[in-house]
Design a protein around this ligand. Structure first.
Ligand SMILES: O=C(O)C(=O)C[C@H](O)[C@H](O)COP(=O)(O)O
Length: 212
């Protein structure tokens, strides 16, 4: 059911997963190419804009070096649409029984969200040992996440939301953090102006961050 090995491989391969909000579908491929060039081939394209599915389609078709994931997946319909568009992994800010059921029927792995002990336990019951922690800073930050390590040994997180170059290292230094997600490597202004070299430079810096 859950291809957690594949997801683990993706998340362990880079310290930062760029979280992308695509306004123009034609930006998606050059953006993914620029990030991959900087050492961040896996990206999460959020379903927050009408162009998101087309953006996923373009990256899947045009950027073989990228690993395209879909984010902001809230229900089975989103899950199916993202997979049909070519997403190779699925990210949700949370979890529902319906979403878990959709993932159980699919070869495409899910990274579900959890921010409370109960949500972590519900996801663990479904077999998940890597979870998104969103919105990381607002939900309690690195201190909160650190305190989850002891009761939930074997569960690791990808904190996302409010992560910046100045706090990323603190999260990545925790034993229960596999990688972080963040939008800072693809600022709207640089994407809008097609400043792909600058985005590659931001990705190169982010890719140097070390996990514990
Ligand atoms: O839509 C989702 O499922 C998300 O994951 C949202 C992202 O976590 C944030 O948009 C990234 O947060 P920032 O790095 O603070 O900009």
């Amino acid at each position: 059911m859950i291809s957690s090995h594949r997801l683990r491989t993706v998340l362990e391969a880079q310290p930062v997963i760029p979280v992308l909000r695509i306004e123009r579908a034609e930006d998606a491929a050059p953006l993914a190419r620029a990030l991959a060039k900087g050492g961040l081939p896996a990206v999460e394209i959020t379903l927050r804009t009408p162009q998101a599915l087309e953006a996923i389609r373009r990256v899947a078709a045009e950027v073989p070096e990228a690993v395209v994931g879909a984010g902001t997946i809230l229900n089975p319909k989103h899950f199916a649409e993202a997979v049909a568009a070519g997403a190779t992994y699925i990210v949700s800010p949370g979890q529902t029984p319906a979403l878990f059921d959709a993932a159980a029927d699919s070869d495409v792995p899910l990274l579900p969200g959890a921010t409370t002990a109960t949500e972590i336990m519900l996801a663990a019951e479904r077999g998940y040992d890597i979870l998104k922690f969103f919105p990381a800073e607002q939900a309690g930050g690195a201190a909160f996440l650190k305190s989850l390590a002891s009761p939930f040994q074997g569960i690791r997180f990808c904190p996302t939301g409010g992560i910046t170059p100045s706090n990323a290292a603190t999260y990545l230094g925790l034993p229960n953090v596999v990688c972080v997600g963040g939008s800072w490597v693809a600022p709207d202004a640089l994407v809008a102006s097609g400043a792909w070299d600058q985005i590659t430079a931001l990705a190169t810096e982010a890719a140097k961050l070390k996990t514990a």
